[in-house]
Ligand binder design. Structure first.
Ligand SMILES: [Zn+2]
Length: 192
């Protein structure tokens, strides 16, 4: 096949050279209220890859991004962490045959980091794209949490835009006795 990014012949969806170039070299932290959101890229850097989300190639692209970005981060994190940490993806609903956020959280699974798949689901799926902050605030996701309580957890989504969704998720988790350590996203839409 051909590398999705550079079109050169490749055995995987992203060739070795593109994988090396994608390896994150810095992390960015945005603080929203009491929530720290860590991301690795500006949205524009990853846009072409992230836009595959609901296309057939998205499955392999998201799997590759999870392996290149999320997995190494978690490997380092668990080395320095005490006790178990749980991984909670934001609304891991299945679309086009897979849940793209679940591909990210699945790659973060280690001995002491445990994904709780599809445990935090939105009950309101009104489309946010192109909508402003006011609209998003007026139409909350209304998350329902069905996972384990009294745990430490990392919240995961693919991108952060306004941060409203992540804050709403944090609030629901806190109400359920989940201590959200921080949130992790691939890319931040805010250009700063
Ligand atoms: Zn390539």
């Amino acid at each position: 096949m051909r590398c999705f990014s550079c079109s050169k012949l490749s055995v995987s969806i992203l060739c070795d050279i593109c994988v090396k170039e994608l390896f994150p070299t810095e992390i960015h932290t945005r603080t929203m209220g009491t929530l720290d959101v860590i991301s690795f890229y500006k949205y524009t850097t990853l846009e072409a890859l992230l836009l595959t989300k609901h296309k057939p190639e998205g499955y392999r692209i998201y799997k590759a991004l999870a392996k290149i970005i999320m997995k190494p981060f978690m490997e380092e994190f668990v080395e320095n962490a005490e006790g178990d940490v749980y991984i909670i993806g934001v609304d891991e609903q299945v679309k086009s045959g897979y849940a793209h956020v679940a591909l990210l959280t699945h790659a973060m699974k280690m001995k002491t980091s445990i994904p709780l798949h599809a445990s935090l689901m939105a009950q309101n799926r009104v489309n946010y794209s192109g909508k402003d902050l006011q609209f998003r605030l007026a139409n909350p996701r209304n998350f329902k949490y069905t996972g384990k309580k009294n745990i430490d957890a990392i919240l995961v989504d693919d991108i952060i835009t306004t941060g409203i969704t992540l804050q709403e998720a944090q609030k629901v988790l806190m109400q359920n006795g989940v201590n959200v350590l921080f949130a992790l996203t691939l890319a931040d839409v805010e250009e700063s």
